[in-house]
Ligand binder design. Structure first.
Ligand code: NAG
Length: 217
C-alpha cells in the first residue's frame, strides 16, 4: 500500500465518521476512538485525529490502539505522541472490546487492518452501541451471513456501520455512489478495469505480440 493510499484512506475514514456524527446531531459531543491496526492507515488516522482534536470543541480522542502483538488502552493522545514506545500490554481483543464497551458517550472503533479477526467482531461491537468505521474490505466482501448479522446488530445497537474503500489509486468510490443514489439517481451499471494491468501492458508495448496473452491473463 502506498503512503498516499494510506493518507487518502485515513481521510476518508475520518470524513465518513465526522459527517455521520454531525448528521446524528452530535458533532459537538466528544468522541472516544479505538483504532485497530496502526500501520500506514492507522498511524495517519491518529495524526489526523490530533489535528481534529485541537480544532474542535469537545473533540475526538484516541483512547485505545490495538496492533497484532500489543495494545494500548488509555488516552493515547494525552499520553504521548510516541505511545508505541510505551510498553502497552499483549493484544487481547476481548479486553479491548470490554474497554471500549465500558466507555461513556459516543464511541467509534476504526478498523485500519485488512484482517478477518476484527471483521468477526463488528457484530459484537455494533450490538454494544459502538460505531464501526472500516477501511477493511473483509466484511463487505466476505460471507453474506456475516454482513447481514453486522447490519442487524447496527440496527439493534442503534449504531452506525460505515465503510469506505479506495479503488483506482484513491478514488472514494463508495461515498460517491451512495451520494448519487441518495440524491435520486438510479445507478444501473458500475464499470471498472484492473489498474494493475496498465503497467504490465506498458512494459510490453514494444513487444505487441505479447499484449494479447497479457490481456487474457
Ligand atoms: C483476555 O481478556 C479477557 C478479559 O479481560 C480475559 O478474561 C482473558 O483471560 C484474556 N485472555 C488472555 C489470553 O490473556
Amino acid at each position: 500500500m502506498s503512503s498516499l493510499h494510506g493518507v487518502v484512506t485515513a481521510m476518508l475514514i475520518l470524513e465518513t465518521a465526522s459527517q455521520e456524527a454531525c448528521r446524528i446531531g452530535s458533532c459537538r459531543e466528544s468522541v472516544s476512538v479505538g483504532i485497530v491496526g496502526a500501520g500506514l492507515v492507522g498511524q495517519e488516522v491518529l495524526r489526523q485525529l490530533r489535528v481534529l482534536d485541537t480544532e474542535r470543541a469537545g473533540g475526538w480522542s484516541a483512547v485505545a490502539v490495538l496492533r497484532s502483538q500489543r495494545m494500548w488502552l488509555q488516552n493515547i493522545q494525552e499520553a504521548s505522541d510516541d505511545f508505541m514506545s510505551m510498553p502497552g500490554e499483549p493484544t487481547n481483543f476481548t479486553k479491548f472490546s470490554d474497554f471500549m464497551s465500558a466507555l461513556p458517550g459516543l464511541r467509534v472503533i476504526m478498523d485500519c487492518t485488512p484482517s478477518e479477526e476484527p471483521a468477526d467482531l463488528y457484530e459484537k461491537w455494533l450490538a454494544a452501541g459502538i460505531n464501526v468505521v472500516t477501511a477493511n474490505k473483509k466484511a463487505g466482501s466476505g460471507s453474506l451471513k456475516r454482513y447481514k448479522a453486522i447490519t442487524e446488530a447496527a440496527r439493534l445497537g442503534q449504531s452506525q456501520f460505515l465503510y469506505e474503500a479506495t479503488v483506482g489509486a484513491g478514488l472514494p468510490v463508495l461515498t460517491t455512489l451512495q451520494d448519487m443514489v441518495r440524491s435520486g439517481d438510479d445507478v444501473h451499471v458500475v464499470e471498472g478495469r484492473r489498474v494493475s494491468l496498465l503497467p504490465s501492458l506498458r512494459a510490453c508495448t514494444d513487444r505487441a505480440e505479447q499484449i494479447q496473452p497479457r490481456v487474457a491473463e
